[in-house]
Design a protein around this ligand. Structure first.
Ligand SMILES: Nc1ncnc2c1ncn2[C@@H]1O[C@H](COP(=O)(O)OS(=O)(=O)O)[C@@H](OP(=O)(O)O)[C@H]1O
Length: 427
């Protein structure tokens, strides 16, 4: 009786193991041999596995870029042990100064594997942000172009997720690219529909794919390395807006979403003061040299769960990070086009023509895009309007950063926010 039960149990375990093995085999083959993708990635993936043994020392470490996930990862991190196992001391200078967590941010790019011709279009261009500067309007206008594939969602946020593959040896380009392409298969089916069975592009209409993720510019301490290691050919687009107006738009947006979900709203002054304190503790405001400033910005980015309402408007710090990394990757700075949001709103078609020229796309007359995409107005404008005193405080704070931005981008006088009265959009 006992033997019979043992025999049945063993048999059941055997059957389960066989089922599991078959499932794993099926999943692996469908991942790499999707019928949509006639180019088999098996060989390259196999080579990759050989080169990066999955032992403990080189286990992939997924790092997110701020947000709640950080707290979860912190729970198992060596850093937690060092801090005595207690909760993450969010507000201590010690945490912000510590570089323990950063040791995993190894910027070495491990590159191998074959890249097919069509992959250079996935994506061809990335819109980096900035948040609340008209990214929806620019995305929509690019999607209108017959040679730009329309994506399913506005934003993909691949490089600020935990999907890029990092090992202790560095960023793994091939594995990250494979994950990126598979995200685009869901995100941009229109592009993949034009691949024929041999994996070549249909000659009649060679489309390109764009990605738009407004947080990429903010996380400038780590995203450019990830992007340039994974898709080094890509072109960058960036929209910037008077940082004071940008902050006001972000506040209105947050106000509306908090109101909709019944959450209490913090007041303007506290919101600004909290972020100023973080900028101060991280050392951004006091940095004397570019090296100090770069490190301070990195520290500031390590602070999870912050809206970064002030820091987001310090565009020059973020752009300098991008340019410096582009230099390191021997990528021409002319592969970055920065548009001024206010100008784009007023001269949409002419700025659009410049964008098309920058991308090497044929001219196209915009049909639908107006200057009101994703506008965040609130019926209670008196509550959401930025108080005059804060406006002055921020104007003063941003002035030197804006000045550096104008110099970096060689902006004409009529584009400069605090030197001339840049025409404000009509509400
Ligand atoms: N064509 C054009 N050019 C420039 N700016 C425009 C344009 N269309 C809309 N908008 C204004 O852009 C603000 C929304 O920006 P985003 O689309 O980047 O928002 S988001 O970051 O993706 O949430 C939002 O600003 P506010 O209305 O001040 O909130 C939009 O009104």
């Amino acid at each position: 009786m006992h033997h019979r039960r043992l025999y049945r149990a063993r048999k059941a375990v055997g059957v389960i193991i066989v089922i599991l093995m078959v499932r794993i085999l099926l999943e692996t083959s469908s991942r790499y041999k999707s019928s949509e993708d006639p180019i088999s990635l098996d060989v390259a993936t196999h080579e990759t596995k050989k080169q990066i043994p999955t032992n403990k020392a080189t286990k992939p470490i997924h790092l997110s870029n701020g947000g709640g996930g950080f707290q979860k990862r912190y729970a198992d991190s060596p850093f937690r042990k060092q801090m005595g196992g207690g909760p993450l001391p969010l507000d201590t200078a010690d945490f912000l100064q510590s570089e323990t967590m950063w040791k995993y941010l190894n910027d070495t790019c491990i590159e191998e594997g074959h890249i097919a011709e069509w992959q250079y279009r996935v994506p061809y261009v990335i819109l980096l942000g900035a948040m609340k500067c008209g990214t929806h309007a620019l995305t929509e206008s690019l999607w209108e172009h017959p040679l730009v594939a329309r994506n399913r969602y506005w934003e993909l946020h691949f490089f600020d997720s935990d999907k890029p593959v990092r090992t202790e040896k560095g960023i793994h380009a091939h594995q990250t690219r494979t994950a990126y392409i598979s995200a685009f298969r869901r995100h941009s089916p229109e592009f993949f529909a034009q691949l024929d069975n041999n994996g070549t592009l249909n000659d009649k209409k060679k489309m390109i794919v764009m990605e738009s993720s407004p947080r990429y510019i903010l996380n400038s301490d780590r995203i450019p390395q990830l992007i340039l290691c994974t898709v080094p050919w890509v072109k960058f687009l960036l929209l910037v807006r008077d940082p004071v107006d940008r902050a006001e738009s972000q506040f209105r947006y947050l106000y509306a979403s908090r109101l909709a979900t019944g959450k209490p709203m913090v007041d303007w002054q506290r919101w600004i003061d909290d972020d100023l304190r973080l900028l101060q503790v991280a050392g951004v405001l006091q940095a004397k040299t570019r090296d100090e400033e770069r490190l301070a910005w990195k520290r500031y980015q390590r602070r999870p769960n912050s809206d970064m309402i002030v820091g987001r408007g310090m565009y020059v710090l973020q752009l300098l990070d991008y340019f410096e990394i582009m230099d390191q990757y021997n990528k021409s700075r002319s592969d970055m086009l920065v548009l001024q949001s206010e100008r784009f709103r007023r001269h949409q078609q002419s700025d659009y023509n410049n964008v098309l020229q920058f991308l090497g796309l044929p001219p196209f007359a915009l049909q639908n895009v107006t200057g009101s995409i994703h506008a965040t107005h609130h019926k209670d404008e008196a509550v959401t309007a930025m108080p005059g005193s804060i406006k002055e405080q921020l104007k003063h704070l941003y002035r030197p950063y804006n000045k550096r931005l104008y110099a970096l981008l060689k902006w004409r006088k009529d584009l400069r926010w605090d030197e001339t009265q840049v025409a404000r959009p009509q509400q």
